[in-house]
Design a protein around this ligand. Structure first.
Ligand SMILES: [Zn+2]
Length: 288
């Protein structure tokens, strides 16, 4: 983190673009400590996630000039949350890719997300009101391979976790994996729309795609490697196991909070959401 006096370096919040792999760049925006990714192809750029207002999205476009980048031909939404997709409109006429339920999430919950975030961030009320919701027009179910002018980009749905529509983006020739909010670095994972019983298997699938040299880019916080994925997976397993113990009557919720992966209150929502899933309240899948 910076103290406001020193100039941020590549990879720091507010810093310039960092080349994390061959012609794969990330930039950590101070707002929400969000990671935006850019993959450069021969004649077009691919942008991963679009931030939460058109003003913030235009900031990405302005910053892209630092890369002397070609036009943005493809946008990918890692999932349908406002801070990853509300800026989509600014990137048209690019095509926008996402999981089929990412599109559904934006269409069905976009206005509710706008209302909630406007309450939480009143300073951004005008900018949020100006957002034109523009969900992905190119969707897939399990896997898609995009041709970015001689480079292949893989989109993969690995299971439910942070939402029911998170995907990972892999750039195989650069050994970079962007995980969206399936992984967060430096802050507890966000379970508000999450599936705590599914998340461990999804994180295992990410780990299976992660080699010793793979650069892993989370949705928020610093990029990292395989050890970070392993540590995150351990936390998700803890949440699922603790929720099962509470549901079985072995522990009460307060005792579980004290030994959760994020001790105290930060573990409350993950555990309560896990208990809801065990009760079958999330799509009736809790019996698994
Ligand atoms: Zn999210």
């Amino acid at each position: 983190m910076t103290d406001g006096l020193s100039i941020p370096r590549p990879g720091e919040p507010g810093g310039p673009w960092l080349e994390v792999g061959d012609r794969v760049f990330t930039k950590r925006y101070r707002f929400f400590d969000q990671q935006i990714g850019v993959v450069l192809g021969r004649d077009a750029a691919l942008v991963i996630d679009t931030r939460l207002t058109h003003r913030q999205a235009r900031e990405i476009l302005d910053d892209l000039r630092d890369l002397c980048s070609p036009r943005v031909g493809i946008v990918v939404n890692t999932h349908g949350h406002y801070d990853h997709a509300f800026g989509n409109r600014v990137f048209r006429p690019a095509v926008i890719w996402g999981h089929e339920r990412c599109r559904t999430m934006i269409l069905e919950t976009g206005e509710a997300q706008r209302a909630r975030v406007t309450t939480e961030l009143p300073d951004l009320a005008d900018d949020l009101a100006a957002v034109e919701l523009d969900p992905p027009d190119r969707t897939f179910t399990d896997r898609a391979v995009l041709d970015l002018g001689g480079r292949e980009i893989e989109l993969a749905y690995l299971g439910r976790g942070h939402t029911d529509n998170d995907i990972v983006i892999r750039v195989p020739d650069a050994d970079v994996l962007c995980a969206g909010d399936l992984l967060e670095n430096g802050a507890p994972a966000e379970f508000g729309d999450g599936y705590p019983l599914d998340w461990p298997a999804t994180a295992e699938a990410i780990l299976a795609l992660t080699g010793d040299r793979t650069v892993v880019v989370p949705g928020h916080g610093d990029h990292a490697g395989r050890a970070f994925v392993e540590a995150s997976l351990a936390g998700f397993r803890d949440v699922a196991a603790l929720a099962r113990r509470v549901a079985a009557g072995e522990l009460d919720l307060e005792a579980a909070l004290a030994i959760g992966p994020w001790p105290g209150e930060p573990s409350r929502e993950p555990l309560e959401r896990g208990l809801a899933q065990l009760r079958g309240e999330l799509d009736g899948t809790g019996a698994a």
